[in-house]
Design a protein around this ligand. Structure first.
Ligand SMILES: Cc1ncc(COP(=O)(O)O)c(C=O)c1O
Length: 417
């Protein structure tokens, strides 16, 4: 399958003439379409909400677009909560899921009336001590040996997140005894999975658990959060997830239990970041160097500091060469596309077949809108680049400027330079 850019080469070149490379370019239309897809897939469920994982892309302009489509925000840190507060996103439009949580974060989450999702049974007491208990509480379940998924999150038994099944029952009993009025159950087992059955099986497992919790603790769960982890077809040969089909099959499992009278009506939540935003963003970077040693290298002006996933996880990001009317007979070559960081893993692609590239050619790195800019860093004095938004109107807007040297040194406390 061919993986094509949404824009033609002329268009990208004209943007690169106005804004220095590298830069991220996000597409409002794609963001809105993806948000609507989640809402459509689960429209059968009264109260359904997709809480966009803010960590995937915390740019306020992106959050404004998504919340305008009815999405909530999944926050996991104080900074993410503060961004939401500034945007007027509060109350049950925020789900706060963190672990090893500093008390300042609980205090802010409680102050914003966010739905708080606890990662450990001891967190209930910590929350009560630092912020007081809210009316709603959710617990994150770690299924342990029940699941054996190899992913970025890791095998559940090895993963630091969530409560064991036994602890979960004790936690709901304890929370009820403390006067909590509404309860939720959360799990997030996998990351970037393209197996549709996995999401249906997970939903069914969670529904069964809701029934068991009622039987053993007499606690009524009013919502379940199935987490994120919905995969993106980063590689051309991969098939995208059919979210509508997943929603339909989850609906069928839900109806079976609901009609049998075992599962009461519950709200379903998801907290995807990647499937909502990845496809909407590309990283545009320019070829600045060619090197021919034991391998052929194409050096670009972005680095792993701008997009860490390939270097950190060996993740594949498709690359399109932005070159007007690439001649049909233009030869290709096998190259590593590299950044300038002093780390040998600073490679956007390894042994990739690309049309022959020359200095000043532009390349577009696909599916970079989630866990892209957000994972950026400054190691080696590399600065974060700008983020641009292509609005539905066709207007390009700069939604975050590139960092400067002054930003880099802004936190230093030093005299007599
Ligand atoms: C708790 C939690 N929820 C949601 C997400 C979003 O995952 P994804 O963007 O893969 O859907 C993450 C990712 O790290 C997470 O840790």
């Amino acid at each position: 399958m061919l993986k094509k850019l949404k824009y033609n080469d002329e268009f990208i070149k004209s943007i690169a003439e106005q804004y220095p490379t590298p830069f991220y370019l996000y597409d409002e239309e794609t963001l809105r379409e993806n948000a609507r897809l989640f809402n459509k897939a689960f429209e059968w469920n009264k109260g359904y909400k997709e809480y966009f994982a803010v960590k995937a892309n915390p740019n306020p302009e992106i959050l404004k677009i998504l919340t305008n489509e009815g999405l909530g925000c999944d926050c996991s840190s104080l900074a993410e909560l503060l961004i939401c507060e500034r945007l007027g996103i509060v109350g049950e439009n925020i789900m706060f899921t963190s672990n090893d949580t500093p008390t300042a974060e609980y205090i802010k989450a409680k102050q914003l009336n966010a739905i708080i999702n606890l990662d450990d049974i001891t967190d209930l007491q910590t929350l009560e001590n630092c912020a007081g208990l809210p009316d709603i509480i959710c617990f994150r379940w770690n299924p342990g040996p029940l699941y054996n998924v190899s992913s970025v999150i890791g095998n559940p038994v090895e993963a630091k997140y969530g409560l064991t099944t036994k602890q979960l029952f004790d936690a709901f009993t304890l929370a009820k005894s403390k006067g909590i009025k509404q309860f939720g159950l959360h799990t997030m087992i996998a990351s970037n999975l393209l197996d549709e059955n996995f999401f249906v099986t997970t939903a069914k497992t969670i529904f069964d658990l809701v029934i068991k919790i009622k039987q053993q603790t007499n606690v009524n769960i009013s919502f379940v959060n199935l987490g994120g982890g919905f995969g993106v077809a980063y590689k051309p040969e991969q098939s995208p997830l059919n979210l509508i089909k997943i929603g339909k099959e989850i609906n069928a499992e839900y109806e079976k239990l609901n009609n049998a009278g075992t599962l009461p009506p519950i709200k379903i939540f998801t907290e995807s970041g990647r499937l909502v935003a990845a496809e909407s963003g590309i990283l545009i970077t320019k070829v600045i160097h060619r090197k021919d040693t034991y391998k052929k290298y194409i050096g670009v002006d972005a680095s792993m500091a701008n997009l860490m996933r390939p270097g950190m996880y060996g993740a594949y990001h498709h690359i399109t060469v932005v070159k007007n009317s690439i001649p049909k007979n233009l030869s290709t070559e096998i190259v590593d596309v590299v950044g300038s960081l002093c780390e040998n893993c600073d490679k956007f692609a390894v042994d990739r077949e690309l049309p022959a590239l020359e200095i000043n050619d532009l390349i577009a790195i696909h599916d970079a809108g989630a866990h892209g800019y957000a994972m950026g860093f400054q190691y080696n004095g590399k600065l974060r680049c700008a983020e641009l938004l292509l609005e539905k109107s066709g207007k390009i807007r700069i939604i975050r400027r590139a960092e400067t040297f002054n930003d880099y040194i802004a936190t230093l406390n030093i005299n007599n330079w």
